[in-house]
Design a protein around this ligand. Structure first.
Ligand SMILES: [Zn+2]
Length: 182
């Protein structure tokens, strides 16, 4: 990606923009904490606002987000959702934990329309290897049975044996719920 623009850089955090219109991508790497300036994302996207149909967030390299970091992220996400809808890709477990916990505090209407988590990292257990493995799954592959979410079957990358989801699905995939308090 030769035309990638560096939006923010610190010892902990790197935020890059690939300005491919009408769907630019923002890639976040490292940690989001109290030193990560996220307002630059809103500033840049606002400059492009008439040309942006959707925003892609590539989050596979976002390894950690702090409590302070998620507060700031939610603020930026709300502002960005007023400009264009966002798709989050390869959301990791730590981010998802904070995101799920924050859901109860969102003004949910504004965000539920504007943000879609496309793919998330999820914990599985391989009974053959006796190991927990994180797998990337598409949220389209999650099935809803009443209030229950059913994670797709994933094969172990090592031994190819089908693995079972190793956490409580309704908790882990809480972000899917339209009404998070129920
Ligand atoms: Zn295995």
């Amino acid at each position: 990606m030769s035309n990638t623009v560096l939006l923010f850089f610190s010892p902990d955090t790197k935020i890059e923009l690939e300005p491919s219109l009408p769907v630019p991508s923002i890639r976040v790497s490292g940690t989001i904490n109290e030193n990560s300036d996220l307002t630059i994302m809103t500033w840049v996207v606002n400059k492009l606002r008439n040309k942006v149909e959707r925003l892609n967030f590539e989050l596979s390299h976002l390894t950690h987000i702090t409590t302070f970091g998620i507060e700031n992220w939610v603020k930026s996400a709300k502002q960005l959702s007023l400009i264009a809808p966002s798709s989050y890709h390869q959301v990791r477990e730590n981010f998802l934990d904070h995101w799920n916990a924050k859901m109860d505090f969102f003004s949910f209407g504004a965000l539920s329309k504007g943000i879609r988590l496309e793919s998330v990292e999820a914990p599985y257990f391989c009974s053959s290897c006796q190991k927990e493995r994180m797998s990337l799954i598409r949220t389209d592959d999650l099935k809803q049975n009443g209030d229950h979410t059913i994670a797709p079957t994933v094969s172990c990358e090592q031994c190819k044996v089908p693995m079972r989801f190793s956490w409580i699905e309704s908790e882990y995939f809480r972000f899917l719920r339209k009404h998070p308090s129920c």
